[in-house]
Design a protein. Structure first.
Length: 254
């Protein structure tokens, strides 16, 4: 084979490898809004740094073995679809979050409705990213996968973002609000793949406290935790951190 053909062959191989690697990233897709409300939410998402922060962390941290698409719009979700390797987030989900926080005048807590909604979206994106990583890497999960996804979402927020614990607290508060929807716990609530919203609320705040007992020393008292339960939160967070690092170590860059 001539030197020119060898060079061309080499460059083609490099191009194919580079192209394949380039596809192994997280990307964002905004589907066309169907009404004025969805159009407004789309614009809100596009100017916010919430989505960009999640995508940047995903691409900078994990070795994705296939392209992961975060798709906004449609009617399904929030969920991760393993068949298409897509995270689906309806525009209406953002509106629902806004409405819930507005209904209880959440801004009086010192966190604006917009910031609280962004926090919940961030937690949701990382929750669905957890499902994506579990699927792509075929990670072994003992217990409910939904609980595992919640734990990784909190872990990524706390460990990678300066205000990550505060973001997780907003998400926990939404779980608390959602728990008020059901005054009576029915049978289907108990066999659902998700833990009860009230359980997700307490577990998330337990992990926040466990990540920094000094910074969030008021949480156990607010929740009525015993000293033994509070200490368990610290141990639980440490175990959660070690477990996820063990599982994800082969897939983390640098």
């Amino acid at each position: 084979m001539s030197r020119i053909k060898l060079v061309i062959t080499f460059l083609c191989c490099v191009f194919l490898i580079t192209t394949a690697y380039a596809k192994q990233t997280a990307v964002v897709v905004y589907t066309d809004p169907v009404n004025a409300l969805e159009k407004s939410i789309q614009k809100q998402l596009q100017v916010s740094d919430t989505v960009e922060s999640m995508v940047t962390l995903s691409n900078d941290t994990f070795k994705l073995n296939k392209q992961l698409s975060i798709v906004f719009g449609g009617e399904e979700g929030p969920l991760f679809d393993p068949e298409t390797n897509e995270i689906l987030i309806p525009y209406t989900f953002i509106d629902e979050i806004n409405r819930r926080f507005k209904a209880v005048k959440y801004a009086e807590t010192g966190v604006s409705i917009e910031d609280a909604s962004s926090d919940v979206l961030m937690h949701t994106l990382f929750h669905e990213l957890a499902h994506a990583l579990i699927s792509m890497y075929e990670l072994p999960i003992v217990g409910k996968e939904e609980d595992a996804a919640d734990s990784l979402a909190v872990l990524l927020l706390v460990e990678y973002f300066e205000d990550g614990a505060e973001i997780a607290i907003s998400a926990a508060d939404l779980f608390d609000l959602e728990s008020m929807d059901n005054e009576i716990i029915e049978e289907q609530d108990l066999w659902d793949e998700h833990s009860l919203d009230a359980q997700r609320f307490y577990t998330t705040l337990c992990h926040v406290y466990g990540s920094s007992p000094e910074s969030y020393s008021d949480i156990p008292k607010q929740l009525g935790f015993s000293q033994e339960r509070a200490e368990f939160c610290v141990d639980d967070y440490a175990n959660m951190l070690n477990s996820w690092l063990t599982l994800l170590k082969p897939y983390i860059k640098n």
